[in-house]
Write a protein of this length. Structure first.
Length: 197
């Protein structure tokens, strides 16, 4: 079934706009599987069904466009957005964390936030409502978008190359590595919070 889906999607011209759209939407709706799409595209690129460079560009541009949309929303609609999405529980915690971190670390957080589930959303909104200068934001955001897209696409690509006869194994390996990296980032954050608290 995976092979049929991959054959159907990989030959289509709209695979790249689809990756762009998923990466864009993921910033505003963190449940959208943008990283999955880029990793899958990387696996398809390993068998020449997609162009790796175009995949990386599509993922990065989608991520950058989404981050900038969130930045602008944070800048011009701070109060209603905070009330709607960041007023209770985990949302409030994440917003406070992002505000503190953006004030202290700014650019580095934009890059790291791209690898934290939901982090990219909160960091982009926070950068806007804290009025980080857009030139500074975009410089770090372009770097973050291309690092993230390259990382996900290359994970899929090398996973696909390692298991050319069984691309689904490469896909599973790539997902496993992506989950491990995300878990490591979360573990480091948790340890730092425990030491600070």
């Amino acid at each position: 079934m995976l092979n049929e889906l991959a054959n159907y999607v990989s030959g289509a011209w709209w695979s790249y706009p689809l990756v762009f759209a998923l990466a864009y939407t993921d910033v505003l709706l963190p449940i959208v599987p943008s990283e999955t799409a880029v990793i899958t595209g990387g696996v398809l690129a390993s068998s020449d069904d997609m162009h790796l460079s175009l995949l990386i560009v599509a993922g990065a541009l989608g991520a950058i466009a989404g981050d900038n949309t969130a930045y602008l929303l944070g800048r011009y609609f701070e109060e209603p957005l905070k009330r709607r999405f960041f007023s209770e529980g985990k949302g409030r915690e994440r917003a406070r964390w992002a505000e503190r971190q953006v004030s202290e670390r700014g650019g580095l957080l934009i890059v790291v936030g791209r690898f934290i589930p939901g982090g990219r959303t909160v960091v982009s909104f926070s950068s806007g409502w804290l009025e980080m200068p857009w030139r500074r934001f975009i410089a770090f955001d372009v770097a973050a978008g291309f690092i993230w897209s390259s990382y996900a696409a290359l994970l899929g690509y090398f996973g696909g190359k390692a298991f050319e006869r069984d691309p689904w194994k490469g896909l599973l390996l790539a997902f496993g590595i992506a989950l491990a990296v995300t878990g490591l980032v979360e573990l480091v954050r948790w340890i730092r919070r425990r030491r600070a608290g």
